[in-house]
Design a protein around this ligand. Sequence first.
Ligand SMILES: [Zn+2]
Length: 254
Amino acid sequence: MLIDTHCHINFPDKFPNPSETVEIAKRAGVGKLITVGCDPESSRQAIAVAEQFADVYAVVGWHPTYTKDYTTESLDEIEEMLSHPKVVAIGEIGLDFHWDYATPEQQRVALFDQLDLAVRTQMPVVFHCREAYPQLLDILEKRPPHPYLFHCFAGDATDAKRSLDLGCMIGVDGPITYKNSNTLREVIGQIPHDRLVIETDSPYMPPVPFRGQPNQPAYVKYVNDGLATVLGITAEECADLTTQNALRFFRIDG
Ligand SMILES: [Zn+2]
């Protein structure tokens, strides 16, 4: 069994028929899916999708790029969502200095509020981090230990070491299959096997051979194959270990 630990089948414009998407994924051996919100509305949609399927789970929170609209009051709603039985983490939260839809200050305010919320509710955290690894790691190193996962890890070897020292999990996506991703493969190849999970980030980040097309959870198999090659293990062994890691991190019963 494979687990797609990060997809956005809760985006209705990208996945108008999530039942079909889940069905195709199941036929491709994807036993469980985790669908991730980016603001209160898409978080509510993530829960709605998770309620429809026994093997779909939700992650809720404010993505850094969306935090222009963040208010402290909106956190109450996120907190309420966290008590839903299908919600397994707070996310995707973090810092994104590639896009400037929200200022670094707006991103930081939402990040700190949500990190405090995660501690208060004892929920694992899924990070989105783009061009901001040193800055985000500086923040995390000053905080008490907490279960963290860097979704779609794209940091360098130093960022990886600092993340591992904090106990973080590392999410591997389509780029592990890209021809020009040698640096990423070198970094991922050094990560201890018990820290790795696989994800699609559907509809984004399609793996080879689907580049240029919309991604979907069924394609997590190609990410698993790519990771297995990097680790020098069989696809079956890789599926096994990433599934165990995902179940443990998200506290889902196998
Ligand atoms: Zn995402």
